[in-house]
Design a binder for this molecule. Sequence first.
Ligand code: G4P
Length: 528
Amino acid sequence: MSQSLSDEIKQEVDRRRTFAIISHPDAGKTTLTEKLLLFGGAIRLAGSVKARKASRHATSDWMEIEKQRGISVTSSVMQFDYLNHRVNILDTPGHQDFSEDTYRTLTAADSAVMLIDVAKGVEAQTIKLFQVCRKRGIPIFTFINKLDREGKSPFELMEELEQVLGIRSVPMNWPIGMGRELCGVYDRMNSQVELFQGNDHSTIEVRKVDDYNDSIIREMAGDYLTDQLISDLELLDVAGDPFDYEKVQAGELTPIFFGSAVNNFGVQTFLENFLKLAPKPTSRNSTSGPIEPSNEKFSGYVFKIQANMNPAHRDRIAFLRICSGRFERGMAVKHVRNKKEIKLSQPQQFLAQDRDIVETAYPGDIIGLFDPGIFRIGDSLSQGSEVEFDELPTFSPEIFSKVTVKNALKHKQYQKGLDQLTEEGTIQVFYSTGNFDETILGVVGHLQFEVFEHRMKAEYGVDIQLHRMTFQFARWIVDDQIDPSKFRINSTMVKDKKGNYVALFENEYAMRTAIDKNPNSKFLETAP
Ligand code: G4P
């Protein structure tokens, strides 16, 4: 029995791929996700992911977004099968609902797909998300999108990846022309040409060739584009990085694929190569060492908590990444932090369209647990011996507001709301160190302030007022002899919930100056 369970887990782990797409808004993430789901048969209708996104983003009104939250929960994780692989795509909200959750979700992924607009190159949000992936050392695959439009040259983009992100790249395919002249891509690994037929996107043809000097390419693409292709590829062969599997797995080298998501061009080859190269679910660190997915005992951790859309019910959904063993509906597990046994009776799995009750799930899968208020971000659940996974990273807030309660009599409810909402992890709270007793909230995306204000009123009956501050950076200071009065100009000193000193700076210059003037202090981006 034991042998067959371990075989089953191994088999399921081997075929799983759990990844997140990281990009700047408008690079084409929704479009690419939709094409991937179509290949997997998870959705049947082109346009369904798109329509959902439109309803999510058509308005910046929080109340409207609230109405749509049922939708955003289901699209938080999308699962489909393709070529015997089970694929989990984690959604990383990128528009106005960008928040710490977006970063934290990346901890649940085993690899990332970095999507870049060929004309815009590496953009701000991509940089931030990339850095989080980099710190974790997960493999990063790059898809350069919108090849049907004029854009930067492939060499320029490779240079940008290196200069801006500090990562070397290896093109897996190479464009033959671009924009109006786009003729196709040359697949370097499989020596074949994928033809782009501009007038009828559905008939994309793949032709096997000997190499890039094959006369077939010249017949198809003409002299000008072929000469260009040959000189580019000769240069790449000599000066480019060779494909190195180990470096890709270590996140030091990113394979690049060129294509056009909206035309479904290059997407299928990308998916197939990605599934071959991307890692299966990897181990996660715990206080008792790394937990391998093949471990027969079930374990997992909560990386995201989403409040219920219906204010009448305060229940929430806790997103759990399964790290080892086999999950079965109704199983009893240990809630490690509060040392209680709980039954996982109504778990949800997130498919592209519907919420499903999940019967079994395996490492790499994400399940949604009904949460009557018992979970916190980072909580571990395990079967058998207690496993406590490493704390999840926190992220430096970038927008700050002072908060005041309009009715002082509501202070108790306010405190309760503040505690519960900060537990969900999208908002951080700080306290002033000066003469006034001030509470300051820090977030990564401004929508979180609106959410906070709305929920304080709707769920706790507290009217609050937020006063936007001009700070942009927070640094946790480690120093035995700290003198808060040193931080006055364009900055302020506050304390976090645990009493750690945190300096808030208005601009990078103020922060740099403080760092230079205090060589004995450590300035950390996140809590120590
Ligand atoms: P996001 O989720 O990353 O924010 O991007 P999304 O997929 O919504 O795409 C942003 C815009 O880029 C959309 O245009 C989409 O159609 C377009 N797009 C995506 N992939 C490609 C591509 O390969 N080539 C070209 N030319 N455009 C692409 P939109 O005008 O905002 O929406 P729509 O009216 O076209 O739906």
